[in-house]
Design a protein. Sequence first.
Length: 606
Amino acid sequence: MNHAEAGSYWGGIVKALGLVFGDIGTSPIYTLTVIITLTKPSQQSIYGIISLIVWTLVILVMVEYAWLAMSLGRKGEGGTIVLREILVRMIKPGRTLAFVTFLSYVGICLLIGDGVITPAISILSAVEGMELIPGLEHTPQGILILIAAIIAAGLFIFQNRGTDRVASAFGPIMVVWFLALSLSGIISIVDHPTVLKAISPWYAVKFLGENGLAGFFVLSEVILCATGGEALYADMGHLGRKPIVRAWYFVFAALVINYLGQGAYIITHPDAKNILFGMVRYQAAILYIPFLILTIIATIIASQALISGVFSIVYQGITTRILPLLKIDYTSSHLKSQIYIGSVNWALFAMVIVIMCVFKSSEHLAAAYGLAVTGTMTITGIMMTMIFSRTTKKWKVPVALAVTLADFAFLIANLNKFPHGGYWSLILAALPFVTILVWTNGQRALYRSLKPLDFETFDLAYRQIYAKGKNIPGTGLFFVKEWAVIPPYMVHCIIRSNIIYERNVLISIVRTDEPYGLETNLSDTLSVGLDAIEIRAGYMEILDIEGILKQNGIQEKVIFYGIEDIATDNPVWKFFATIKRQTPNFVQFNRLPAAKLQGVVTRVEM
């Protein structure tokens, strides 16, 4: 390996630590603390719990995501929408396709819900470490919530500056964080070296066997150690597969060492409450406050990664037409993934504050955490198994099936959290889910109600009007879904109102099921004075429509587009009409020059 290769090798790992592993990397702050409040610590039970944690990381993160899911990508992109796009090409339209689409919608919505709970639990659990500073032992919980809320506010306020500038600092900070986790773990293991036995899966099996149903429900807290595992796959498009997988091995080692150390600390200090913080303070009281500051920074980085992830998911949803158009700002000139969606940002912030105020402590918040994660993992497992069974890699099917069964066991265990706050996961996921269902069905129903005209019929009338020679000088641009189908607003403009330019261009934008790629097809033979341009773009591609038109020799004078005025008595379509009114329309989303735009209103009965 030469010097440049070594630099990019380590550089890729450091970047991945900052952008991908914040969430799973900060789970040692609260995982064992929460489990110990439910399970009486004895030497045998601690060995069992640590063994469960280690093997959860192996099965649910290493095997499911690092090995299986990350072998499935499209142009380097990963995530639930990508799994759906892969499957769509493999199965015929019908019930199976509808099932896959439903699963992908649920997976997307659970991840968006996770984007609320993760910042709340991470920041709150870090701030609670202040209680171990001498003199601050009796800080009221309300003050801790206020501090956590102020940190969260700062995090969300800075989103519109773009993470590009800050991301370069994230990696090195997370390197320090994982080194601190490893070091504190090693010091603690030296105190009680027999804890190393807990690496054996035998202790996990023994714990589940001896504790029966109660032991099974402990899985609902053990899953906290794997939250953020899904980010390995979802963030694959940012950095590529290799740096993330390489970085994961470092993260895995640091996490296992730290959990073993925490186990050793509990055995020697059975009355400890805040395990990680207690352990560090016991080892080096003088370093406790710097460690606490490092913890708070690490949780901010974890939250940042999740918020950026939610922006990416929403952007994919918008371009694949399952979510309404939203105003998007591009915060980086060279990184396509760096986007800011103000409406999503402030909705997430409002929900994070609500969640903090409802649950009041990280221990209570753990009750809401887990359902969304296990749901997402189970959906990934099902979709992966379906893909592998349709490829040449059929040997992966039993492995994927075994992993999916493990996911399912964790999901069942998490259902016992439902009455204790787990329902919040579903409430948070239900908001985007209802929006997706109403939007996708509404768009289809609207298209049917619009009664478009076929091109041949339109062309007969168009030619007659054009032949009169009373055409307006210059070029008129008309947005259509596809040039073979003429929308009602064009019929109104051209045929009824006789608005015809010397050159009329139909423009259609088609989003492909590849993440990136851009091609344009100009057809200048549709009819006399009538051309068409089709822009085919990947669903992550950010378009400069004006630039593309200029490259193709189109200097338009005016841009026409349709606005639907929906009249309906159906409450669902009323909700759809409200969403449509509140969100930017197609031309605003694509940032076309306002001075050239002409919206033509069509009244539609739905």
